[in-house]
Design a protein around this ligand. Structure first.
Ligand SMILES: Cc1ncc(C[n+]2csc(CCOP(=O)(O)OP(=O)(O)O)c2C)c(N)n1
Length: 355
């Protein structure tokens, strides 16, 4: 087990400059996407629950930089950034948040249920811990079928207090599942701090009694995250050795877009944002090393703003799902008594108060 006390400093001279600039572009895309998502929520374009990745951009981009196309990803409901960094276009992601037919889940899932089978993105799950056993099952399937790749079980710190988490750790080790438990430790589960909710506050230790290796990583450092995932991914795939990563990051806002964040001291939040901003810090790092100049940073910001605006325009111009398609996509294969268009039409009438 390791606890990284000092931030790991990657030698930038040994890095590919285009790749570094791409990480920055992706992090800025996530940042702007989430800021505009918040705005769209206030404009009532988005309904239901909505959780943002603001402050967690380095964790997400670092993870995706280390994964391979054959890997699978299961996440919690705070997953907009993950599907974007996995390479899915912003338009269909925003359209899903808007509940439109062109969304990645056909407008049926919304913010908490983004999904893209082609990208091996197995979805956001709203039940805390629900994704963890599923990810272990998928990892077991990879091993059983002798296929390459690993599975990522992304979750928040609060999820590590859920029973399903421990059952999953046990089976993952016992059955040699190539799975990475990826814990985004933003310090809070809704309004409950790690110290208030967990008898073990060093989350990287939580795999110890299952003999699962754990590490703590600075979740605001995109390169540290990428390097840790790369290393543990290789071992998980080659040896069926699961691992647990505790990625310390800072949640910029409340739990969801409607949470006023009253349980945190505003001054601490302000300071936290100032010192733990992964996007701004990475821009400064690239600038200091002559990898990104002012002009490039400015043109990248313009490009990102345009791409997010195009995603919003796409979502706005997309149709709502049709009433008669209410039961489409319910089952992967036909089952007896599946409701069809007639039942759908009836349900629509009931909803309108016509029946
Ligand atoms: C089984 C279950 N219990 C409670 C909730 C309500 N709930 C939604 S999010 C959340 C906090 C989870 O926090 P964490 O795992 O740290 O994830 P984060 O929101 O920080 O990404 C809770 C308790 C739920 N969705 N499912």
């Amino acid at each position: 087990m390791t606890r990284v006390e000092e931030p790991v400093r990657t030698d930038l001279a040994a890095e590919n400059a285009d790749e570094l600039r791409h990480y920055y572009y992706q992090m800025l895309l996530l940042r702007r996407f989430e800021e505009r998502t918040s705005e769209m929520y206030v404009k009532a374009k988005i309904g239901g629950y909505c959780h943002l990745n603001l402050g967690e951009e380095a964790t997400i981009v670092g993870l995706m930089a280390a994964l391979k196309p054959e890997d699978y990803i299961f996440t919690n409901y705070r997953e907009h950034g993950y599907i974007l960094a996995r390479g899915v276009a912003p338009g269909p992601v925003m359209a899903e948040l808007f509940g439109r037919e062109t969304g990645v889940s056909g407008g049926r899932g919304g913010s908490m249920h983004l999904f893209d089978a082609k990208a091996n993105f197995m979805g956001g799950y709203a039940i805390v811990g629900g994704q963890v056993p599923l990810a272990v099952g998928a990892a077991y399937a990879l091993r059983y079928q002798g296929r390459p790749g690993v599975v990522v079980a992304q979750m928040g710190d609060g999820t590590t207090n859920i029973g399903a988490f421990y059952e999953s750790l046990n089976l993952a080790k016992l059955w040699k599942c190539p799975v990475l438990f990826f814990i985004v430790n933003n310090g809070f589960g809704m309004g409950t701090s790690v110290a208030m909710g967990s008898s073990e506050t060093e989350l990287w230790r939580k795999g110890a009694s299952f003999r699962i290796h754990g590490e703590q990583v600075d979740g605001t450092d995109v390169l540290a995250v990428r390097d840790a995932v790369r290393r543990l991914r290789t071992r998980a795939e080659a040896e069926g050795e699961p691992a647990l990563l505790d990625l310390v990051s800072f949640r910029f806002r409340g739990h969801s877009v409607i949470d006023a964040d009253r349980y945190r001291d505003p001054e601490q939040v302000r300071k936290g944002r100032e010192t733990n901003d992964p996007v701004r810090n990475f821009a400064a790092l690239l600038h200091d090393h002559g990898i990104a100049d002012d002009e490039w940073l400015k043109s990248t910001a313009i490009r990102v703003d345009r791409e997010v605006q195009e995603a919003i325009d796409f979502a706005n111009a997309s149709p709502d799902p049709k009433g008669e398609d209410l039961f489409t996509y319910m089952y992967a294969t036909p089952v007896p008594n599946t409701p069809g268009p007639e039942e759908a039409a009836r349900a629509v009438q009931i909803n309108r108060g016509e029946l």
